[in-house]
Design a protein. Structure first.
Lengths: 131, 125
């Protein structure tokens, strides 16, 4: 351990929020949230493979207000993590490290997340409403 | 105060030599999910409001069952790799070890259960 008290870097709270840092932590947060979604997917597959009662139970849960909110949140998180993941893969191959490009790709990801999530919700609600 | 050189304290405790494998598998599963997630979203949207027989008939088609298996395995593998890093970063001590074990077992079990469900659907259509 360090014997002397070295100066600490400023605490996170005093930094002004930037799109770079916010999108970075959002990638983690959506990733953890989507891990829960993966277990919901497992539950859906098990319900489909099970008897009619288990399928009906899953359908009513997914169709409830809470279920719809959860599915919408999963959809939004999935779209964001998917698009931002592509951004990460592009960085991995060395593209887009210049700060203007980091910002531009960040705004593209955010805009597309809103558009695609809205499209998914629109299709899902219309299909669900018809059934 | 210890007389040991700081380097001596750090030496041998560094890389566990599996960082590259972790990094690479995270990217590999990400690339797989880049193809499988759009397929899953389109397929799942097509099944909104469908009855159980329709859902089973769709998932049970050989191509769909294969892709669903690939999706589930890629997904839980990717989730496990990601959760592992999050726990490494924010949780320490015995809770960290307990969580790491729990996450690995939970993801493995969920992947197995999903595979079993897909198999049951595919082989009973």
């Amino acid at each position: 351990m360090a014997a002397q008290q070295r100066p600490l870097s400023p605490h996170l709270q005093i930094y002004s929020r930037q799109i770079t840092s916010v999108m970075s932590i959002m990638h983690r947060a959506t990733g953890v949230f989507l891990a829960l979604g993966a277990f919901a997917l497992m539950a859906w597959l098990l319900a489909c493979a099970g008897d009619p009662d288990s399928f009906a139970a899953f359908q009513s849960l997914a169709g409830s207000m809470l279920g719809k909110i959860a599915l919408f949140a999963f959809a939004g998180a999935l779209v964001y993590h998917f698009l931002n993941g592509i951004r990460h893969l592009l960085w991995d191959v060395g593209w887009g490290f210049e700060i203007p490009r980091v910002y531009a790709s960040g705004y593209v990801v955010l805009a597309l997340t809103v558009v695609i999530t809205a499209a998914i919700a629109f299709v899902a609600l219309n299909a669900g409403g018809a059934a | 105060m210890s007389l040991r050189d700081p380097l001596a304290l750090a030496r041998g405790l560094g890389s566990a030599k599996d960082g590259v494998r972790h990094w690479w598998l995270q990217r590999l599963t990400a690339i797989a999910l880049m193809a499988l997630v759009p397929w899953f979203v389109v397929t799942a949207l097509g099944l909104v409001g469908a009855d159980q027989l329709t859902v089973r008939a769709t998932i049970g088609q050989p191509l769909n069952a294969t892709l669903m298996l690939a999706f589930v395995f890629s997904l839980f593998w990717h989730a496990q790799l990601g959760l592992q890093v999050v726990v490494e970063d924010y949780v320490h001590g015995w809770l960290e070890i307990a969580l790491q074990i729990f996450i690995k077992f939970a993801c493995a079990l969920a992947a197995l259960a999903s595979a079993l469900a897909i198999g049951r659907i595919a082989f009973s259509v």
